[in-house]
Design a protein around this ligand. Structure first.
Ligand code: ZN
Length: 248
């Protein structure tokens, strides 16, 4: 989802001069400094969008559960109420609108780096600079954490949603309750491989998710691999699903 909009935004505002307006009173005073500013890069980092400007600042957006992007040609009617717009990025031909997002910030690179919450995101497997070593290091630094929780922790790895962690652990044959310290090297490699291939499918093949979702939504039904009964339980406040027989 994040990467999907990132590439759409890249096409529309990447390398262009844009003007930004805010629907947030606190950010209004910044508007005069964001007229005809050049966008140098649009990137996704976990579930964050980072839109970088030529002056070294960036617009950071996090949609959380309820925010969304709308991308329109100039003059086209928005499908959401204008009062829900938190930021509007205008080019000569298009408008990219952030609706309802709880996090919209203008930061310098230093401010981002030192930000305790937004600066410390774990490596994102869909980025070209993804570092397996950094992922393993951050994972191994939390030995007592159950792996099902570790995969949702954005400081360990970015961009994994609930469905994806369930399916990745199923593919890897690893039970979500296993503590990080009990995983073998081979299991970790298998798991990361599953994560990466599922993320790529999620990105390129969103509309046919049913082809790669194997146990999500199958609680109480037979496991497609061993015919055991699929179970569910809560973990880190989220519903987790696993096969207790072939995920060990
Ligand atoms: Zn099974």
């Amino acid at each position: 989802m994040v990467h999907y909009y990132t590439s759409k935004l890249e096409k529309i505002i990447g390398g262009k001069r844009v003007s930004i307006e805010f629907g947030i009173r606190k950010l209004k005073p910044l508007e005069p400094t964001l007229k005809a500013v050049k966008v140098t890069k649009v990137e996704a980092h976990g579930k964050q969008f980072r839109i970088w400007f030529a002056d070294g600042r960036l617009l950071l957006v996090h949609l959380m559960m309820w925010g969304s992007w709308g991308i329109y040609r100039k003059g086209q009617t928005w499908e959401r109420a204008p009062e829900r717009a938190r930021a509007i990025i205008r080019t000569r031909t298009h408008e990219a609108v952030v609706f309802s997002a709880p996090v919209v910030r203008i930061l310098s690179e230093d401010e981002l780096r030192n930000h305790p919450k937004w600066g410390n995101v774990g490596p994102d497997p869909l980025r070209r600079d993804f570092s397996r070593r950094l992922f393993y290091r951050r994972l191994n630094s939390r030995p007592e954490l159950p792996i099902g929780e570790a995969l949702l922790d954005q400081t360990i790895i970015s961009g994994i949603g609930n469905i994806l962690r369930i399916e990745a652990l199923f593919r890897a044959g690893v039970h979500p309750r296993r503590k990080v310290k009990t995983l073998s090297r081979g299991e970790k490699i298998r798991m990361l491989k599953a994560v990466i291939s599922l993320m790529k499918m999620w990105l390129h093949d969103r509309n046919s998710a049913s082809r790669w979702i194997r146990i999500y939504g199958r609680v109480g039904k037979a496991c497609p691999r061993c015919s055991g009964t699929i179970e569910s339980f809560r973990q880190a406040g989220r519903l987790t699903i696993a096969c207790p027989y072939c995920q060990v």
